[in-house]
Design a protein around this ligand. Structure first.
Ligand code: GBH
Length: 512
């Protein structure tokens, strides 16, 4: 768990960075773009820290050259970005296709290809056209047809330039943050018992339909790959000597809710049983989880070309008694230690375990990590030692998964290119490799120290063994020393350090 591993990734390994439309584009009403649920949500008082919005964001809509220059500096082989649905279809339907929106993405794709950077395009990173929300959004099953038509427009117009597609970014977050907690657009939290399962059901079907459109109409001529990106923390049993904690860790509705229907067929027996048991305990006569028909199970099963994974941290699992509560939270044992507002803990070992889990559970699919990264808040310090530490340790665990556990990992994508709109917390938490100075109206991008660090991992395609002599691509400074110098940052994350960073933690405690 703590050991450093030396070695290389496969020769064609994809190295990238990721972004999403609403978080960076701005230009919220330019060139005929329609409004999205995030435009409405951020303009609703009280929803976002500091009243931040994505009206301007990083102005990537008008600063394409700057973004391409940043990508070249990192020396990535691919760039993951998302398309704003209402920029292409202002009212969400194909009644009117906004050519200016298509042109923007065509130009972006051409610029990437000219820079020798492979685009990876997400169809839906949460910015649903408001007009579709007005008729029920993901709750209304006509959304499946709307999503299919939207996907068709993108494949037809942009497909000749794209080899890697992602239908949905993080169905879990769409469902749970948007429709259970209400912390994300559309901000619904009034039916935590049933709504997540209805929304989730329609998302899974929408994904499958989009995959079939590509498979039937475009695969032969375009030859790309289409898949879905699910997010998952790694759930570690809180007490490794307790069977109940092991079971709680397995009963986390995160990955399997989506991956099981798509990779294995149908909801998993575990998800079915948990929702059924809790429904019956509450006096209902049947489960709140909708069922797929046998035809639907068949149509959804296998609609993937790779496994897209977003991962940030691990959580500790233990059983909690929810009584007869009819609430999504009560259907799975999803509980973890909290530390104020900090949801993200540095837990590199969990990524290796999660990758092995995916390999075993879903029959060894090719995996692309489509997001992984870390934030800071407060005063700006371009020497982002914590981010270097995070990337070094996490990517090293990915290497172990590849070399020691034989996981079929084909790509890694850092989140994120720029400091951007971090959803509900606005611009207060910064995940970027590049700092964006928001007090300068020009919004200049400045590389943080982690840019050259990540870039050297990319140049080396891994971590060459220093024993094999000096490396042109790699001259690492042991991060432990750097961490000591940046002890102040770690103080904010004190219990994380204690919990997760041993044996380094011993060193830090001594320093204190
Ligand atoms: C990703 O989600 C998103 O795809 C990306 O757009 C985002 O910028 C990035 O992460 C960084 O957050 O506040 O306790 O309710 C990652 C999964 C799930 C992480 C929800 C934050 C909120 C925890 N996210 N979680 S809490």
């Amino acid at each position: 768990r703590q050991m450093y591993h030396y070695g290389n990734f496969s020769q064609n390994f994809l190295w990238g960075v990721s972004s999403s439309a609403y978080q960076i584009e701005g230009a919220w009403r330019e060139d005929g773009k329609g409004l999205s649920i995030w435009d409405k949500f951020t303009h609703t008082p009280g929803k976002i820290s500091e009243h931040d919005t994505g009206d301007v964001a990083c102005n990537s809509y008008n600063k394409m050259e700057d973004d391409i220059a940043a990508l070249k500096k990192v020396k990535v082989s691919h760039y993951r970005f998302s398309i704003s649905w209402p920029r292409i279809l202002p009212d969400g339907t194909t009644k009117y296709i906004n050519q200016a929106g298509l042109n923007y993405y065509k130009k972006l794709l051409d610029s990437l290809i000219a820079a020798n950077i492979e685009p990876q395009v997400t169809l839906y990173h949460w910015d649903l056209p408001q007009a579709l929300q007005d008729v029920g959004g993901w709750e209304n099953e006509t959304i499946i047809e709307r999503f299919k038509e939207y996907a068709d427009v993108l494949f037809e117009n942009l497909g000749p330039k794209v080899k890697l597609w992602i239908t949905f970014n993080e169905p879990f977050v769409i469902t749970v943050l948007g429709h259970v907690q209400g912390a994300h657009a559309p901000g619904l939290n009034d039916r935590p018992d049933t709504l997540p399962y209805i929304v989730g059901h329609n998302i899974i079907k929408s994904h499958a339909e989009a995959w079939h459109v590509y498979n039937d109409k475009y695969r032969a001529s375009q030859g790309g790959l289409v898949s879905i990106t699910v997010n998952s923390d790694w759930a570690e049993p809180r007490n490794p000597y307790k069977q109940e904690d092991y079971e709680a860790a397995r009963n986390v509705f995160y990955l399997g809710w989506w991956a099981h229907p798509i990779f294995n067929g149908d909801y998993s027996p575990l998800v079915k049983k948990s929702v059924l048991d809790q429904s019956l305990a509450g006096g209902l006569t049947k489960s709140r989880l909708p069922e797929f028909t046998p035809e639907e199970i068949k149509r959804i099963n296998g609609t993937y070309d790779y496994f897209g994974l977003n991962h940030y941290c691990s959580v500790l699992a233990f059983p909690v008694d929810f009584g007869t509560t009819q609430h999504f939270e009560a259907d799975s044992d999803r509980t973890w230690l909290e530390t104020g507002s900090v949801w993200l803990r540095m837990t590199p070992f969990g990524l290796r375990r999660l990758l092995k889990f995916i390999k075993d559970e879903y029959r060894n699919p090719p995996i692309i990590i489509t997001e992984n990264g870390v934030s800071e808040n407060g005063p700006v310090d371009l020497n982002d030692v914590h981010r270097k530490y995070y990337y070094e340790k996490y990517i090293n665990q990915v290497l172990k998964a590849y070399l020691l556990d034989d996981v079929n990992i084909i790509g890694y994508t850092a989140w994120s290119l720029l400091d951007n709109l971090e959803w509900g917390v606005g611009y207060t938490e910064r995940f970027g490799l590049f700092y964006v100075n928001r007090t300068d109206p020009d919004l200049p991008r400045t590389p943080k120290a982690s840019v050259s660090y990540y870039s050297s991992i990319i140049s080396c395609n891994g971590f060459p063994d220093p024993a094999s002599g000096p490396q042109e691509c790699w001259n690492p400074t042991p991060t432990i020393r750097l961490i000591a110098a940046h002890f102040r940052f770690l103080r904010q994350h004190w219990d994380i350090v204690i919990n997760w960073m041993s044996p380094e933690s011993e060193y830090i405690i001594q320093l204190q």
